[in-house]
Design a protein around this ligand. Sequence first.
Ligand SMILES: [Zn+2]
Ligand SMILES: [Zn+2]
Length: 150
Amino acid sequence: MQLKNSYKQVTSPLELELHHEGRRLTPQRQKVLDLFQRIGTGNHLSAEEVHSNLINSKSKVSLATIYRTLRLLVKMGYLHELELNEGGHRYELLSHDHPDHHHLICLNCGRTEEFESDQVVLIGKQAAEKKGFKLIESTLNVRALCPDCS
Ligand SMILES: [Zn+2]
Ligand SMILES: [Zn+2]
């Protein structure tokens, strides 16, 4: 996993936006957001990983709560959700510094690598324009087996 130094840049806007939305920043939501801000963009965590991370920091929070919190943060536009196989999901921080990118996802162990492709972005844009859709994002998730699993 690569760590990037975008923590400082994303912290304040996220907190402000949460405030503006009029949603209550419960300690649990704050803890989950803090975790994603700490690791930065470009890292993809499962709900279980978020959970074990928070357990390690001595927070008493159930896995069910983590699932609910993650879904809410996706709905609010702060996290991006990636679908693995069989209902597995991974989450990453959404950031303007880290726009359209694509993922190679190992179906066995969940290892997730990012890549960039202007072509994918362009094809999505062209398809949307052709059908009169307003483009929101154009990303490609490639399901595969990583070298350790294949
Ligand atoms: Zn990503
Ligand atoms: Zn793998």
